[in-house]
Write a protein that binds this ligand. Structure first.
Ligand SMILES: [Zn+2]
Ligand SMILES: [Zn+2]
Length: 364
């Protein structure tokens, strides 16, 4: 359900949203009647909203599948105008008659990866496998706004004493990193983990890896400034993948390669570097959505006995696990900066230019 279809309101016409009205064009500031909840819905007044790299693709209207092929976001259920933003935290301001165990005034981070609730996958608890999800910020209106409609209180998760500006980032960058790194646990005898890409999700990955991986963490990127930040945040070693002989040096230093890698970029070069850096029996998990295609020799798989796995965000049980670690103070803060909601266009441009270190969080 979209805000502009909602005739009721409980507190006036104070809702503001920075919306896509045309793909690739500047977001437009629109005002609406404050949304009113029905059924099990909860209305959250947004206090922080992270700007994710995938928002760039959604804003442009497509994902790059390589070879000139595009995945149009309108084929993935987005209609315009649309409010981006899937890293949302805020305060409950209204609850529907069937929304239990939640009170006005409570603050939460919102789990945005919400399924239809009806299909076989959703019934089995695999909301991420749902073919018709209700994801906030990609299918339903999301966080570049003052208010968001959450379909059920079970998607609201306690963030403890974590500052609200940081709390929102766990809903995508933190969760995506957590789920991907957990998938590397199938590799036996893990001693070294390579994180390719030190952007927002990669930096969250570094913090998560420090908490749940007891080994050496190596961070690779093409930007020395980002590598420096990674080093300051506890990476044991960093690699500029564009440096002459970077791969050979890494293979030598690690005695034949790393046990596992996570590709936070999802481009041809990042995948190639991560895969080639694996030792025998290693695994690379791909999470980045940068796009493009990568030439690949299938016989590399048997020769290396390697595994390639895809990971997309994370599920609600994983989010609870992650937030328990966050509340226990086990996950260090990733670098972030805050900006007003109305600066969303500037932030997207800065992100496209590769100028953002860590996360930029909008504060409506
Ligand atoms: Zn994201
Ligand atoms: Zn479903």
């Amino acid at each position: 359900m979209h805000f502009h279809n909602r005739p009721q309101c409980y507190g006036g016409n104070t809702m503001r949203a920075m919306q896509i009205v045309e793909f690739g064009k500047p977001l437009q500031l629109n005002t609406y009647a404050d949304p009113a909840p029905s059924g099990s819905e909860v209305i959250v007044r947004i206090l922080s909203s992270g700007v994710c790299h995938s928002d760039l693709h959604l804003w442009e209207g497509f994902f790059d599948l390589g070879g000139g092929q595009k995945l149009e976001v309108t084929n993935r259920g987005m209609t315009l105008p649309h409010t981006l933003g899937h890293e949302i935290a805020g305060e409950v301001v209204a609850v529907g008659p069937d929304a239990k165990d939640v009170r006005v005034g409570q603050r939460f981070v919102v789990f945005p990866w919400i399924g239809c609730g009806q299909c076989a996958a959703c019934q089995a608890g695999d909301e991420l496998l749902c073919a018709a999800p209700r994801t906030l910020g990609t299918r339903r209106d999301g966080g570049y706004a003052t208010h968001v409609v959450v379909p059920h209180p079970k998607y609201l998760v306690d963030h403890g004493n974590t500052p609200i500006e940081l709390a929102c980032t766990y809903a995508c960058s933190g969760l995506t990193a957590y789920s991907a790194i957990r998938k590397t646990e199938t590799v036996k005898n893990r001693k070294r983990l390579l994180l390719v890409g030190a952007g927002g999700v990669g930096m969250a990955g570094l913090e998560v890896a420090k908490a749940i991986f007891d080994g050496e963490i190596i961070v690779a990127d093409i930007d020395d400034k980002k590598l420096q930040t990674a080093k300051e945040h506890g990476a044991h070693d960093v690699v500029n993948t564009r440096a002459e002989g970077a791969l050979a040096r890494l293979q030598q230093q690690t005695g034949g390669g790393v046990c596992s890698a996570v590709d936070f970029v999802g481009a041809a070069a990042s995948f190639r570097f991560g895969f080639d850096a694996l030792r025998r029996g290693g695994k690379i998990v791909i999470v980045g959505l940068f796009g493009g295609d990568a030439p690949f020799a299938p016989i590399a798989m048997p020769f290396k006995m390697a595994a390639i796995e895809g990971s997309y965000v994370g599920d609600l049980p994983e989010f609870h696990e992650l937030m328990a670690l966050v509340r226990a103070g086990k996950i260090g803060p990733m670098p972030y900066a805050t900006r007003p909601l109305e600066a969303a266009n500037d932030v997207l441009e800065e992100l496209r230019g590769g100028k953002v270190v860590g996360r930029v969080v909008l504060r409506p």
